[in-house]
Write a protein that binds this ligand. Structure first.
Ligand code: ADP
Ligand code: MG
Length: 423
């Protein structure tokens, strides 16, 4: 393991920039990957979120591009990641001439077309949007000789497999292909066998420190979930919490509900405007808000340390998804707490998770939170309202659904004990 970046084969311009950015010791994946990239090898890099993968591929990629006058492509699963990787690439390129362009869905096509016309050195893209450009012939990948698939496992989870295959087949035949992933799975191996010269692996698969995460679940009927969540937050008083919902509209409703009762929450889902999403992420990263209510897609790949609590407001049917969610806490040797709320009929998901994590989860006692009130959200909830940032709370003079429906908090019936047949 190198103690600094000096012996990895990087040119002085890049070394100087790294120094200025403040990196002194390369991470394991940087130590292993940088020389391999420079040697034009294909490989699968296994490393968890936060291990410095961006620099591991971007630095040597930049170097190869300027030395050999070739073009590079980085595919990432989400817009947030696309932007993160683009920003880092621009930072690393401070002393060299590199034109990096970022391309993702939900943003103006025209602007991207304009930038793609400048024949950029590196394109950082989400697969769907890049394919759009390919179909419109507003991008040409025939000179692309270095390809990175960042967070490949996530891209497969999100159904980008065919898109990735199509994209790869449009790039140069003699190319270097690198795949980064937190986990090895059949899809990763299949892609590697089909599109890479080598399936050599470096690094290690992600292992979530389950021993450092206190896992607990609560069982309650659906209409008591919002109030239970509120009571959990009031009791736990988390420094930084991520709450996962399965549906976009629930992230909004829950955020509004929590803020109405004094919490400092923001929501994040893939239907929000891009700059809104960025603002929300920034506020959460800087702890200006301490509760982020998100869907899985929006929260994917986001690198935030110090998340103290993961709360699954909805359980997801896929146990891998559970692992991915709770892996956002207990980072960097810290401890964390993962709380899952289920409805009685969802108990089987707990069993599946227990099988995957190879341990039993503790069932929390809902009675500890006192009587819970029924909360029913308005059915035809107004969509498309711009979402608040910190400070501009909902429910304070803002437009609310009319009529009584909204929330019956306060007038609700006392918590209902265990009649599973209702609903
Ligand atoms: P990953 O892609 O593996 O999730 P990132 O590339 O996003 O990780 O890096 C995570 C964070 O670590 C970033 O803030 C990045 O600037 C920082 N970082 C990366 N490499 C180093 C290093 N060698 N020394 C210090 N900080 C680093
Ligand atoms: Mg990354």
């Amino acid at each position: 393991m190198n103690e600094n970046f000096d012996n990895l084969g990087l040119i002085p311009e890049l070394l100087q920039t790294i120094k200025e950015i403040g990196y002194t010791i390369p991470t394991q994946i940087q130590n292993d990957a940088i020389p391999l990239v420079l040697q034009k090898q294909d490989f699968i890099g296994l490393a968890k979120t936060g291990s410095g993968k961006t620099a591991a591929f971007a630095l040597p990629m930049i170097q190869r591009i300027i030395q050999e006058r070739i073009k590079g492509l980085v595919l990432v699963p989400t817009r947030e990641l696309a932007l993160q990787v683009w920003e880092e690439t621009v930072k690393f390129s401070k002393r060299v001439k590199i034109n990096a362009v970022v391309v993702y869905g939900g943003a103006s096509m025209d602007q991207q077309v304009f930038k793609l016309q400048q024949n950029p050195d590196i394109i950082i893209a989400t697969p769907g949007r890049l394919l759009d450009h390919m179909r419109r012939r507003t991008v040409n990948l025939s000179q692309t000789a270095i390809v990175v698939l960042d967070e490949a496992d996530r891209m497969f989870d999100m159904g980008f497999r065919d898109d990735i295959y199509q994209i790869l087949s449009q790039t140069r035949r003699e190319r270097q292909t690198m795949l980064f992933s937190a986990t090895m799975n059949d899809e990763v191996i299949r892609l590697a066998k089909r599109y890479m010269k080598s399936t050599q692996k470096i690094g290690e698969e992600t292992h979530i420190p389950l021993d450092k995460i206190k896992q607990i679940y609560y069982e309650v009927e659906r209409e008591f979930k919002p109030h239970l969540l509120l009571r959990i937050l009031q009791t736990e008083n988390p420094s930084l919490a991520m709450i996962f919902c399965n549906r976009r509209e629930d992230t909004e409703r829950i955020t509004e509900y929590l803020n109405k009762y004094g919490m400092n929450a923001v929501c994040l889902h893939a239907g929000m405007r891009q700059n809104k999403r960025q603002n929300v992420m920034e506020d959460f990263k800087q702890s200006k808000v301490n509760i982020l209510v998100a869907t899985d897609v929006a929260a994917r790949g986001i690198d935030i340390k110090n998340v103290s609590h993961i709360i699954n407001y909805d359980i997801h049917e896929n146990p891998d998804n559970y692992l991915h969610r709770i892996g956002r806490t207990a980072r960097a040797g810290e401890t964390g707490k993962a709380i899952t709320i289920i409805e009685p009929a969802e108990y089987r998901y707990i069993t599946e998770i227990e099988y995957v994590i190879k341990r039993t989860m503790r069932k929390g006692n809902v009675d500890e939170f006192g009587p819970l009130l029924e909360v029913r959200f308005e059915r035809h909830y107004q969509q498309n309202r711009s979402f608040q940032r910190q400070g501009q709370r909902y429910g304070q003079g803002g437009h609310r659904p009319s009529g009584h429906g909204g929330q019956s908090h306060g007038g609700g019936r006392p918590r209902f004990g265990g009649n599973r047949n209702r609903r």
